[in-house]
Design a protein around this ligand. Structure first.
Ligand code: ADP
Ligand code: MG
Length: 552
């Protein structure tokens, strides 16, 4: 009778459960898992740092609807991989971290890289478990996959000791559960749907906020139908961008602050009133704002602001219910109200305020002038990755998204260093689409070594670094004594483009904005990975903000 090793059982179980992508770094004891995964047709991407690998696994989960896998060595490998678990937890993204572990028979003896891994993974996970026998692996894999995608999506962890990976089980004794079905789409009670529309009908200044819960539930058709049927203006959260086309006439992203501040009824669609949304509280929000909230997680309802109508369940299903109810509901928010006028005026004023920076041809350049060339250069079907402080914040306003799940950034956890992992994830999932990453110079440093990974995998990704020589900003020149430099200052004019060239990609260094367009076009024409390193003025910044708490 045929015997299977733990590594082979793991690979087959993952494949059975619809896990298609694995990122990681091999070594003791997980090498056989990655090898067996390749044999069953799982795409394996060998990374240079476990953080990137784990960020990639979470992003794959978000992009595909099935968890990405990340495989890491015992002890320090698992510790590094915790970064991606935490990022996935905070963003509500499905992933499985598979940690190699020292052999069970050496537990407590001070084994090589021995660590209490299930314990340290648990705070970040919906499900974390050790595997105690090879024949139980498929059971745990199915549990991990189901937990990662059912309800609010999230992170899971499986601990694989060396002797389980190398151990064997009779093939007949191993039960491989059927593929876990995609998440059930639960609806809201019909009376709540009616209540939601009744609240909406009373609104003077309605607003919809579209979050990544809508992107995850693939509710884009329903959300568009809802917005267009009701005429309600909308805003996207940072990664909710693209569920609705940013250039839609009802988008009020260009008057975001005003919209949040003045709205009297908000339909909160798969988004949280957390720090990104200033907790939904004054002065950023209207004190008397009434909230209609759609969320898969009941415990998310009323967080920070009491929700008046809670629609708990799947976003796509519930917005579909709202749309059906609207068929026999006589109401439409008119297109000519003072609210629309005020939002349009505010958007025009904001545009006017940044125009001088957009027009500024001086060298080195500023963010807005750089985005003047970058934004039109990005193809409509691109996946856009953004990280860095100003680079990401200004990029959110200056680079529009046209379709859902095309924006990845530091997200709910505000994680810097995710960019290269997300580049890997996006290129793996969408080999047919342009992958564009626009990163700050500090941000690219966290995982810049993954440039080798993208070159090795021949991923034709395009990376733009907006390089102001520091965290937040840099210096015109560093002092002779490096210990006298400000803590956030980095090398002036650092050649990140040459890092890309070192591994076989193409690099461009732009010191004058008049040369930016040609460099971007050259990068796009180049068949492989390319990096355009754009020197910015060391003190380039955002447009002046009306309130201190905008940037707090
Ligand atoms: P954003 O950063 O876009 O505001 P958040 O991550 O803060 O998004 O919030 C997303 C919300 O979407 C979470 O509260 C999560 O529970 C919810 N969510 C996840 N999946 C679904 C789904 N299928 N339907 C509805 N809501 C969902
Ligand atoms: Mg910088």
């Amino acid at each position: 009778m045929a015997k299977l090793t733990g590594g082979a059982i793991m690979a087959r179980a993952l494949k059975d459960q619809g896990v298609e992508y694995m990122f990681g770094i091999v070594g003791f004891p997980v090498q056989p898992i990655a090898r067996e995964a390749q044999k069953v047709g799982i795409k394996y991407y060998g990374c240079r740092n476990e953080q990137s690998a784990s960020y990639a696994a979470g992003a794959v989960g978000y992009l595909t609807g099935r968890p990405g896998a990340c495989v890491v060595v015992s002890g320090p490998g698992v510790v590094h991989g915790l970064s991606g678990l935490a990022n996935a937890k905070e963003n509500c993204w499905p992933m499985i971290l598979i940690g190699g572990a020292s052999p069970v028979r050496q537990n407590g003896m001070g084994a090589f890289q021995e660590e209490r891994q299930v314990l340290i993974a648990t705070p970040f996970c919906k499900f974390a478990h050790d595997v105690e026998h090879p024949h139980r692996i498929p059971f745990y894999v199915e549990m991990a996959v189901r937990n990662s995608i059912y309800g609010r999506p999230g992170a899971t962890y499986l601990d694989m000791p060396d002797d389980i990976i190398l151990g064997e089980a009779e093939e007949d004794a191993v039960h491989f559960p059927a593929r876990c079905a995609d998440p059930p789409r639960s609806t809201a009670p019909q009376e709540n749907i009616a209540q939601a529309l009744d609240v909406l009908k009373t609104a003077q200044r309605p607003l919809a906020i579209v979050g990544k819960g809508m992107a995850w539930s693939r509710a884009e058709d329903e959300v568009r139908a809802f917005i267009e049927r009701t005429g309600v203006p909308f805003l996207a959260s940072p990664m909710g961008k693209g569920v609705m086309d940013d250039s839609h006439p009802l988008s009020v992203g260009a008057a975001r602050s005003h919209a949040l501040q003045e709205a009297d009824v908000i339909v909160l669609m798969g988004a949280r009133l957390n720090w990104i949304m200033h907790f939904g509280r004054p002065p950023r929000f209207n004190r008397n704002v009434r909230i209609v909230q759609i969320d898969i997680a009941p415990e998310a309802i009323s967080q920070n602001v009491p929700t008046e109508v809670a629609l708990v369940g799947d976003g796509k299903a519930i917005v579909g219910q709202l749309n059906r109810a609207l068929e026999s509901f006589e109401w439409f928010y008119p297109g000519d109200t003072d609210w629309h006028k005020a939002l349009a005026e505010k958007a025009a004023a904001n545009a006017k305020q940044i125009q001088p920076m957009i027009d500024d041809e001086s060298a080195p350049t500023n963010y807005y002038r750089a985005f003047r060339d970058i934004s039109p250069w990005i193809p409509d079907n691109a996946i856009i990755i953004g990280e860095g402080a100003n680079t990401m914040d200004i990029g959110r306003t200056q680079m529009p998204n046209r379709s859902p799940r095309t924006r990845l950034d530091a997200g709910s956890y505000g994680t810097m260093g995710v960019g290269m992992g997300f580049v890997l994830a996006a290129a793996a999932v969408h080999p047919d689409r342009p992958i564009i990453s626009v990163s700050g110079d500090s941000a690219i440093g966290f995982s810049g070594m993954e440039m080798e990974t993208v070159c090795r995998h021949k991923m034709p990704v395009k990376i733009v670094v907006l390089n102001n020589g520091g965290i937040g900003g840099g210096a015109a020149a560093l002092p002779d004594d490096p210990l006298k430099a400000a803590p956030g200052h980095l090398t002036v004019g650092a050649r990140y483009d040459r890092m890309m060239e070192a591994f076989g990609g193409k690099g461009y260094f732009v010191t004058d904005p008049k040369d930016l367009k040609a460099a971007l076009d050259g990068a796009m024409k180049f068949k492989g990975p390319a990096l355009v390193n754009v020197q910015l003025h060391h003190a380039a910044g955002r447009k002046p903000q009306q309130f201190g708490w905008h940037t707090a």
